[in-house]
Design a protein around this ligand. Structure first.
Ligand code: AQP
Length: 332
């Protein structure tokens, strides 16, 4: 890893229910871009506890997330991988940024509005301040690029606003990061409700494809995918279900949407569904096999996390120290 490279940072919640959306919106792009950057990828376990977690499962899921990153092709020569909770600077900088973020701007976050409306009477404060922790995750590493799905664009804008605000007060503390939102695959939709994003916690059983789904399950989900009235495969606004299947194919194969649409000329929706299922299964099968291989050596995964956390902490501490100094905390 050379420090002359630009810095890329991204995270995914540790879960054994990663969706095809997480994979195509985020993870696949981490792999694609990693050679050009010095990368920091982490399992965001501090974010995960904004909804109640089973303690034993959370720890296992963190190892599962790491195994999935490695299986997808993240290369430790380019990337530092760790668990967010192991690098204490994330929580510390988040507190400082909380004091420079405004209730109004956090209240406008659509993810907060969506998730809090589902939380019932007791909305955790952490759900409200989630974007501030995400800003800390990014700003700690003097990040240039953050590859995320389209749902995170608003949080990235908040990160930029807070960085600029603090830089204006104290001088250049933070690099102002750019989002990387892929052209195709940035918003994979629910197979049963193609107007809503595919999501591990909200989608119905048939609506989300999980990275651990066996081929039969994948085939069932795509065969039952909600499409639209009509029969012709086109990429049209009134056909969100068909558009979603074409987006999934394009994000995996790299073929253009035009090319795909042409190849379905004269064919039925059924063809598109079955072929999309096959393409997804073929992509996920080796990923699943490799994930299990990595999971077979938990000791090695823990070693990778420990080393990753130590490296990340060194980088993060330099930023935190500068921030503490600029604010006026006594030197330590
Ligand atoms: N449907 C999606 N299409 C494209 N990208 C997506 N991402 C999530 N869903 C889609 C991207 O995955 C990365 C990790 O997301 P996260 O772990 O922060 O969780 P999330 O965005 O909250 O994903 P879920 O599945 O919707 O989780 P729940 O249901 O818990 O809210 C991010 O880069 C995100 O953009």
């Amino acid at each position: 890893m050379t420090s002359a490279k630009k810095i890329m940072v991204s995270g995914i919640q540790p879960t054994n229910k990663l969706t095809l959306g997480n994979y195509l919106g985020a993870l696949k792009n981490w792999v694609r871009l990693q050679n050009e950057y010095e990368c920091y990828f982490f399992a965001v376990d501090l974010h995960a506890i904004t909804s109640r977690q089973e303690p034993k499962e959370l720890a296992d899921n963190t190892l599962f997330a790491l195994a999935t990153y490695l299986a997808a092709g993240i290369n430790l020569d380019h990337a530092t991988i760790f668990a967010q909770s192991h690098v204490r600077q994330h929580a510390e900088l988040a507190w400082v940024l909380n004091c420079f973020s405004y209730m109004g701007e956090l209240g406008r976050m659509t993810q907060f509005k969506d998730k809090s409306s589902r939380a019932g009477e007791t909305i955790p404060v952490g759900l409200f301040t989630y974007p501030v922790l995400m800003a800390a995750d990014i700003l700690l590493y003097q990040t240039d690029l953050v590859p995320v799905g389209a749902d995170q664009k608003q949080h990235l804008e908040l990160t930029r606003d807070v960085a600029i605000r603090m830089n204006n007060i104290y001088g250049p503390l933070f690099k102002v990061p750019e989002p990387y939102i892929p052209k195709v695959g940035a918003r994979i939709m629910d197979l049963q409700d193609p107007e809503s994003k595919m999501s591990k916690s909200v989608s119905s059983e048939l609506g989300a494809v999980f990275l651990s789904d066996p081929p039969k399950e994948i085939e069932k989900k795509f065969k039952r995918a909600v499409t639209d009235s009509g029969a012709e495969v086109t990429y049209a606004p009134e056909k969100p279900g068909i558009r979603n299947l074409l987006d999934i194919q394009s994000a995996i194969t790299g073929r253009s949407i035009d090319d795909l649409v042409k190849s379905y000329s004269g064919k039925m929706y059924g063809h598109l569904k079955v072929e999309t299922a096959t393409i997804v299964s073929d992509e996920l099968r080796p990923l699943q096999e490799r994930t299990q291989q990595y999971l077979a050596d938990k000791g090695e995964l823990q070693r990778i996390l420990r080393e990753g956390a130590a490296r990340a902490a060194t980088k993060a501490e330099a930023t935190l120290k500068a921030v503490y100094g600029a604010i006026g905390f006594a030197p330590y």
